[in-house]
Design a protein around this ligand. Structure first.
Ligand SMILES: Cc1ncc(C[n+]2csc(CCOP(=O)(O)OP(=O)(O)O)c2C)c(N)n1
Ligand SMILES: [Mg+2]
Length: 370
């Protein structure tokens, strides 16, 4: 073997050494058994049951949203099945004062943070009322521009730091989002200021049809944290206990003033990218689908809770019925919301309406009153 140019430092070896360090954190295996006691967040029985309820509810919400979309009763919708642990167990580690900056697939976290379901439906329909958040509800509407929320999260976190709030800004994007410039700017800026932010990349293996392997040479997305000088964690995103544990740790560090964390949740979306005509069979095989279905977060958590005597069919059916009823009531409420007018859109943009917008507003109001 040829002598190395520099015996002190081998960049290729260093890269491999760093990459090897990013092992995936798992607490609950596919059989629903605890495999890493040290990382077990030791949730109470009530908490375990609550988290299961939220995951079951959200799976039903996803199924109903897909049907409602097919019936033409919803507009934009990005399916969530497969990502329940990644979404809901990370959210479960947060507090009400924490601020969420979601991507378009992150409706479930917003619902559990307090976004009324009928508003989520109005958002899907492009109705302005879907985007008007109640005072004290610390969320932004789902972001459509990939990765943009990472920069905003750095800003929100910095604001919290300046106001000495004991809270964090939490943002979500996908594996594709981590290829955007905004991703790097966001984590770097938050790192530089030690801002209390948690950056979550839900690596569901595809950015629409582009597989993860074609998006970056990096072995993991979590290791990108190293370039920003912040901690990065790779976690089994189909394992609710592991996702909860790493998010809670990240939150603890953030509120202690130790700065942001990047979390990569390894997961999968079972459905299409959105309901706007994507056909996953053109870029994924059914073998890959079934490999991931074996890792299903609901199945493994159900097994775990059943073994503890905390879950059964009756409880599951109760949640399903409740979800169906609430979804029905919410869609009714969305249906009874007056249709939006052009004057509504112009009227909500400014605290003090500029004269040129006022002119247009008057024209539209006159038209609409006819
Ligand atoms: C800046 C920007 N570029 C491109 C798009 C089009 N687009 C919408 S979703 C998407 C893929 C995103 O994939 P990923 O970040 O992995 O999230 P996932 O949909 O898998 O949850 C793209 C490229 C966009 N919305 N914004
Ligand atoms: Mg993706």
């Amino acid at each position: 073997m040829a002598a190395k140019k520099n015996q002190q430092f081998d960049p290729v070896e260093t890269l491999h050494a760093i990459e090897e360090k990013f092992e995936m954190v798992q607490v609950l295996n596919e059989e629903g058994e605890i495999v890493n006691k040290d990382y077990d967040p030791n949730l109470s029985d009530e908490q375990l049951e609550e988290l299961m309820k939220r995951m079951v509810y959200t799976r039903i919400l996803d199924q109903r949203s897909i049907s409602l979309n097919r019936q033409g009763r919803l507009g934009f919708y990005a399916p969530t099945a497969g990502q329940e642990a990644s979404q809901l167990a990370s959210h479960f580690a947060l507090e009400k004062d924490d601020f969420i900056l979601p991507g378009y697939r992150d409706v479930p976290q917003l619902i559990w943070h307090g976004w009324p379901l009928h508003q989520a439906f109005l958002f899907s329909r492009g109705h302005f009322k879907g985007n008007q958040m109640a005072e004290g509800l610390n969320i932004l509407p789902p972001q459509i521009i990939i990765g943009a929320q990472f920069i905003q999260a750095a800003g929100v976190a910095l604001g919290m730091q300046k106001r000495k709030k004991e809270a964090v800004a939490v943002t979500y994007t996908g594996d594709g989002g981590s290829s955007q410039g905004d991703f790097y700017e966001g984590i770097n800026f938050a790192g530089a200021f030690r801002a209390p932010a948690i950056f979550i990349v839900q690596n569901n293996q595809f950015a629409i049809s582009t597989p993860r392997e074609l998006q970056t040479s990096a072995k993991t997305i979590a290791q990108k944290a190293v370039s920003a000088g912040i901690p990065g964690v790779l976690v089994d995103g189909m394992d609710p206990l592991a996702v909860y544990a790493v998010t809670r740790d990240a939150r603890e560090r953030a509120v202690k003033g130790e700065g942001p964390t990047l979390i990569e949740t390894m997961c999968y979306r079972y459905g299409p990218h959105t309901m706007a005509g994507d056909d996953p069979t053109r870029y994924r095989t059914s073998d890959i689908d079934s490999e991931w279905e074996k890792k299903d977060p609901l199945v493994r958590f159900r097994k775990y809770l059943e073994a503890k005597g905390l879950w059964n069919e009756e409880k599951e059916n109760e949640v399903i019925e409740k979800a169906k009823e609430e979804i029905k009531a919410a869609i009714k409420e969305a249906d009874s919301t007056p249709k939006q007018k052009v004057s509504d859109l112009l009227g909500i943009m400014y605290e003090e309406v500029p004269f040129n917008v006022q002119e247009q507003l008057d024209i539209y109001k006159a038209k609409e009153s006819k």
